[in-house]
Ligand binder design. Structure first.
Ligand code: IVH
Length: 650
């Protein structure tokens, strides 16, 4: 790096930092920031005389923005050194073992959110402070009090500072962004920004609506006497704080690697975003001996996971027509590897989203791959535009059958029932896993069968013959036999699969199961009132079902006679017990999985519902019960601990 490049890089980093920390609106990824930051650091190490006073390396921590009162942490909030691979880990362990050879390590997830310091005096939460620059942060006590996983009082009476990360669960993040987009507001770039932004609202009623979650990871000022960190953390959890989804005490590198790999593999299945695993020396006395460098503790390190956000370029925007006729735009992006998968496409949901995010062909964008959902474009890097980018024009006609498109709510839809894309996609859906699960009937084969004229709807599938299939390119006897056998195996399927496979709008897997259980074969001839009386089925779904049956009765009956789906078994009547015929809601974490307890109660003849209402007879709660518990108390619903519920069955 030359001097002028160094100066430019400092400006660039400061611009990124301002957008990230002050405006809560990042314009690049952590990865790009960190890389540039390290380049700047390296240059400064070689040319200390050139160091600019406003270089981001010259401050420890982040700036504190206007608007909140400042507050000092009782003891400093540190950050962590990052490592990225086994080699780095070996080097870190070697360095650490040199300081003390006789140690073990407490490993827990590194949550991707905003750090928070809580001060309890006399067992009462008196202050909540953001990290700020590590010494001084912003006082946000009012906002913090709206977070349900933060106890307002604890039994421990001595002064204690509890540190942790405030996060937004992935599911909640999707909901918030969907509603922001509907309101015409810009979506949050990622769950971390959503958490940080929600925490620093001047109006705490906004914070309250965001369903933030606090996950403790450490202790500042305190008088706890446990000799091991993991014991201290147990004490914190017992005070009423959430436990990590995974943690372990490790004695050597292999144990550390094993738990790291496990967390990395399971990353998608956690409710919160993780960006790595934190490794901390477990022995408190060793932590004290090892101490700190100017920035970070010597007794802890962040072992990062591969980034989930990457920068790439939009090459094109193409249109897909689904089985319901909805035309959705999909971005084709320059291929990038994100945590083990090569990403080439990103969903754009609908045309409003392209407009709201102002996505143009040729734009550099940040894409996020979170969970197993299709990657999404989170942000356009407007400052990188060259002027050559092309705006995307919303289509007026179906790209497949050329018939006119109609706007229905946020969706643009092809109205032509015979549109090839609609027919082909509904056949693919019919054969897919949550429907009839017909092995070997994937996209390619369905397209071939349709194009050759052998099938024009799902009913035709069942009159295919060996001779038919052998006329197709790529079909030898074995493949043809396999397909015929798979079609034959679909006969006698469970009834809900039959309903689901029909592809009725708004009726998915869950609703199909409900309808199959409630009505079986009679689902085609029940009244609207009876349909709406089912748990989880509303007016729109009922109308969609009735309309579908009205238009397609003949096809449904034909398919039913071919497939002979099995009627669901009527459950045996349960013996008398306190839960029989009662409506029950479950919340919090219990000794067994929620599913297992649901089955137990259903076998007792209870109806297990997902939300608390006046009709609820019992709310059964486990640890960390949240809003459902409070709602039950407000509505005067009887609440029972899991233990009490089991007691009633003895
Ligand atoms: S320990 C003295 N543990 O990561 C040790 N930090 O990169 C200080 N973070 O500012 C931090 N999960 O906001 C620790 N399990 C965890 C964490 C964690 C997330 C955040 C924290 C910290 C940042 C450092």
């Amino acid at each position: 790096m030359k001097k002028n490049e160094y100066e430019k890089s400092v400006e660039e980093l400061n611009l990124y930092a301002k957008h990230y920390y002050v405006l809560d609106n990042p314009i690049t990824t952590d990865e790009v920031y960190d890389r540039l930051y390290h380049e700047v650091l390296e240059y400064e190490a070689q040319h200390p005389e050139d160091i600019l006073p406003h270089s981001p390396t010259q401050r420890v921590g982040d700036s504190v923005s206007e608007g909140f009162v400042k507050a000092k942490h009782l003891s400093r909030m540190w950050s962590l050194e990052d490592i990225f691979n086994r080699e780095d880990l070996e080097a870190w362990l070697k360095k650490t073992y040199k300081l003390d050879a006789n140690i073990s390590f407490y490993c827990e997830p590194k949550y991707d959110g905003a750090s928070l310091d809580l001060v309890y005096e006399n067992g009462v939460l008196v202050r909540g402070i953001t990290r700020g620059d590590g010494n001084v942060g912003e006082l946000i006590t009012q906002n913090v009090k709206t977070i349900r996983s933060i106890p307002l009082t604890i039994e421990h009476k001595a002064l204690i500072e509890i540190r942790g990360e405030v996060v937004i669960f992935k599911e909640e993040f999707e909901k918030i962004n969907a509603s922001r987009m509907q309101e015409g507001e810009a979506p949050f770039a990622n769950p971390r920004n959503a958490a940080a932004g929600s925490l620093r609202q001047l109006d705490s009623s906004i914070t309250a609506k965001r369903n933030l979650v606090f996950l403790p990871y450490g202790i500042g000022e305190n008088s706890l006497r446990e000799k091991l960190l993991h014991e201290k953390m147990q004490t914190i959890y017992k005070m009423g704080f959430r436990k990590p989804p995974q943690s372990a005490v490790c004695r050597n590198i292999d144990e550390i690697e094993a738990i790291y790999q496990k967390m990395h593999q399971e990353r998608d299945s956690y409710e919160m975003m993780l960006d790595g695993m934190v490794i901390k020396v477990d022995e408190m006395s060793a932590q004290i001996d090892m101490g700190y460098t100017v920035k970070v503790p010597r007794w802890a390190v962040a072992y990062k996971f591969p980034a989930l956000e990457k920068i790439t370029q939009v090459k094109d925007i193409i249109l897909q027509v689904g089985r319901t006729g909805a035309v959705t735009p999909v971005a084709i992006v320059a291929p990038v590897e994100i945590d083990g998968a090569v990403v080439e496409r990103a969903t754009l949901h609908n045309f409003d989203e392209i407009q709201r995010k102002d996505i143009r062909i040729g734009d550099s964008v940040i894409i996020l791959r979170s969970g197993d959902v299709i990657p999404k474009i989170m942000k356009v890097l407007v400052h990188q535009r060259s002027g050559e980018e092309k705006e995307f024009v919303k289509p007026t006609h179906c790209p497949i059958c050329a018939s006119e498109l109609l706007q229905e709510d946020v969706l643009l839809k092809c109205q032509n029932l015979l549109c090839e894309a609609r027919v082909v996609n509904s056949i693919i859906y019919f054969a897919s896993k949550p429907c009839l699960n017909i092995d070997g009937l994937g996209i390619k084969i369905v397209e071939t069968l349709f194009k050759s004229g052998l099938i024009s709807n799902v009913v035709d599938l069942f009159s295919l013959t060996l001779e038919d299939l052998l006329t197709l390119e790529g079909f030898k006897e074995k493949k043809a036999y396999n397909l015929l056998r798979a079609l034959e195996n679909a006969k006698g399927c469970e009834y809900w699969r039959f309903i689901n496979a029909l592809g009725i709008e708004h009726i998915g897997e869950v609703a199909s199961k409900t309808l199959a259980d409630a009505f079986g074969v009679a689902f085609k001839s029940v009244s609207k009132e009876a349909i709406i009386a089912c748990d989880g089925i509303g007016e729109e779904m009922a109308e969609s079902l009735l309309e579908f049956v009205r238009v397609n009765r003949e096809t449904i009956e034909k398919l039913e006679s071919i497939l002979a789906p099995l009627e669901p078994l009527q459950k045996e009547e349960a013996q008398e017990n306190p839960f029989k015929g009662k409506t029950v809601v479950l919340t919090g974490s219990m000794s067994e999985s929620r599913g297992a307890i649901k089955t137990l109660l259903e076998n007792l003849g209870a109806k297990v519902s997902s939300s608390v209402s006046k009709k609820t007879d019992f709310l059964i709660y486990g640890e960390d019960a949240g809003s459902k518990y409070e709602k039950a108390i407000t509505l005067g619903v009887t609440t029972l601990t899991e233990e009490a519920m089991r007691g009633m069955l003895l």
